[in-house]
Design a protein around this ligand. Structure first.
Ligand code: C5P
Length: 205
């Protein structure tokens, strides 16, 4: 069984994907980390994320980087959304994601284009969303818990900027697959959102 979980930043898709992977004992890939690793490599080498060749040169990043907590920062997330708009960057990361999705026994992948591009054949497709304000509130609380000092308005502006870039790019934009089930987590606790996702998987099995 392949489970595709797509949605914007801080929608809850990562938490839901991890919980589903745990519940169904499936391997999980957070595909955002791949784009974040490209972004971190661009930053490390002082390259320009807006230049496709610079971003492509960073696709051969060291896998050890995937465990680096630095990848989770908003700065890296913003640069990830710039490098991920380049078609050649997406092409460079495609096979790795497809191989992961198609391993025997199945997998859970979360990202922006899993149900549309990486695994259109997925048995279960969830599109997770929440209002920008609620996502910014979650992200702000998360950052504060880690000692961050960014204002709420700054976090909201960043979320909106990233949404816009992810939805408006021509290469694999963030869109709900026609056969994906919409899961709005705006007014759900984490437990309630996970339970809804499990119910949706059960209905498809
Ligand atoms: O999900 P996360 O916030 O970690 O993703 C970081 C950025 O990577 C996103 O804003 C998006 O631009 C890009 N991304 C993508 N396709 C994916 C996963 C992430 O374009 N499948």
């Amino acid at each position: 069984m392949i489970i595709a979980v797509d949605g914007p930043a801080a929608s809850g898709k990562g938490t839901i994907a991890r919980a589903l992977a745990h519940r169904y004992r499936l391997p999980h890939l957070d595909t955002g980390l791949l784009y974040r690793a490209v972004a971190a490599t661009v930053l490390q080498h002082d390259l320009d994320p807006a230049i496709e060749a610079d971003a492509v040169a960073s696709c051969g990043f060291d896998d050890m980087l995937l465990g680096d907590p630095e990848l989770r920062t908003d700065r890296v997330g913003q640069v990830a959304s710039i490098v991920s708009a380049h078609p050649l960057v997406r092409a460079a990361l495609l096979q790795r994601q497809r191989r992961f999705a198609r391993q025997p026994g199945g997998a859970v992948l979360d990202g922006r284009d899993i149900g549309t591009v990486i695994a259109p054949e997925a048995e279960v497709k969830l599109f997770v969303k929440a209002t920008p304000t609620i996502r910014a509130r979650r992200r702000h609380a998360e950052l504060q818990a880690r000692g961050g000092t960014q204002s709420f308005d700054r976090v909201l502006a960043d979320i909106r900027a990233r949404d816009q870039r992810d939805a408006q790019r021509t290469a694999a934009p963030l869109v709900q697959a026609p056969d994906a089930v919409l899961l709005d987590t705006s007014f759900l606790s984490i437990d309630a959102a996970v339970q809804k996702a499990i119910d949706l998987v059960e209905a498809k099995r």
